[in-house]
Design a protein around this ligand. Structure first.
Ligand code: AMP
Length: 303
């Protein structure tokens, strides 16, 4: 992989990288297509990274199907599929060095999955060094992961651009995920309630609700009506820093994790507050004023 990447760089070809854990679905394919549109060379990695799984997590049973992944990736325009085994990434069994992502690693998902974001940041650092991409693509589906990677790249001056891509959903709102393969028919029936509850909170925010406690309450209440789902957390975060917010002021991310049967699903929605922003209101007034003056000028000119 390093040699192919070196050759592409020597030819001044722009490289886009899409890191994945495989078991590819339409969400991954949307990232591949975006990378295909933006770059000369598209590299996708498939690596189930043991570093980001806790001792009770599903590392051993995480779905793996490299043959199917290779066919889907090629169809979506991927030039090189990099699918190292664990020994290639961690020749001595593991590695001692970890990327410390600071406080963002201990809140939200990080509070429930200790070490998860350090594991993600470490493997992504390795992938960035192996492939040397100009751009790397990550899904908004994992909004906190996207924020962690943006922070990693900014803090360490890594020479690449991070591109965030929208969440791809099933027709009933369920966010696509490799872990959806674990859902039995009853769990699959219940699962879309998570997205529906988050959407209800998003609508309330757009209608003026700014209290994180109220937004949480809306999600909790919606999910109480669905006994097949057990909410683990729902919290409001700043979209850039992912620090927790008690009030929505401008834009926010409402992120949640829930158990559906034995399967842990995560999802999030972007919120836009309805509260008028004084500076936006001033900008709006200026624009309207300028528009009225222009309209008056045109009329005068026409007369
Ligand atoms: P994963 O294989 O689950 O580690 O995901 C690899 C990349 O695909 C990550 O950047 C995810 O955020 C992204 N991704 C996963 N599911 C979706 C989805 N439903 N829509 C868009 N991107 C996704």
């Amino acid at each position: 992989m390093k040699e192919q990447a070196r050759q592409a760089r020597a030819e001044s070809r722009i490289i886009g990288l899409v890191p994945t854990m495989g078991a590819l679905h339409a969400g991954h394919l949307s990232l591949f297509r975006q990378a295909r549109a933006d770059n000369d060379v598209v590299v996708a990695s498939v690596f189930v990274n043991p570093l980001q799984f806790g001792p009770t997590d599903d590392f051993a049973r995480y779905p793996r199907d490299l043959e199917a992944d290779a066919a889907l990736a090629a169809e979506a325009g991927v030039d090189h599929l990099f699918a190292p085994d664990v020994a290639e990434m961690y020749p001595r069994g593991s590695i001692a060095t970890r990327v410390d992502v600071g406080p963002i690693g201990d809140i939200g998902e990080g509070a429930w999955r200790p070490g998860f974001f350090a594991g993600v940041a470490t493997v992504c650092s390795k992938l960035f060094h192996i492939v040397g991409p100009d751009r790397a693509y990550f899904g908004q589906k994992d909004a906190q992961q996207l924020a962690v990677i943006r922070q990693l790249v900014a803090d360490l001056d890594l020479p690449l651009e991070i591109v965030g891509c929208p969440t791809v959903r099933e027709h009933d709102g369920l966010a696509l995920s490799s872990r959806n393969a674990y859902l039995d028919p009853e769990a699959r029936r219940a699962a879309p309630a998570l997205a529906a509850a988050l959407t209800a909170a998003r609508d309330a925010a757009a209608a003026g609700e700014a209290s994180a406690a109220e937004l949480r309450w809306i999600v909790e209440t919606c999910l109480e009506a669905e006994p097949g789902i057990h909410l683990q957390y729902v919290d409001l975060f700043d979209p850039a820093t992912f620090s927790a917010r008690e009030r929505l002021d401008g834009r926010g991310v409402l992120a949640a994790a829930a158990y559906v049967g034995g399967t842990r699903l995560i999802d999030n929605v972007e919120l836009v507050s309805a509260a008028p922003q004084p500076e936006l209101a001033a900008e709006f007034a200026t624009e309207v004023g300028a528009g009225m003056k222009q309209a008056a000028g045109m009329k005068r000119g026409a007369a």
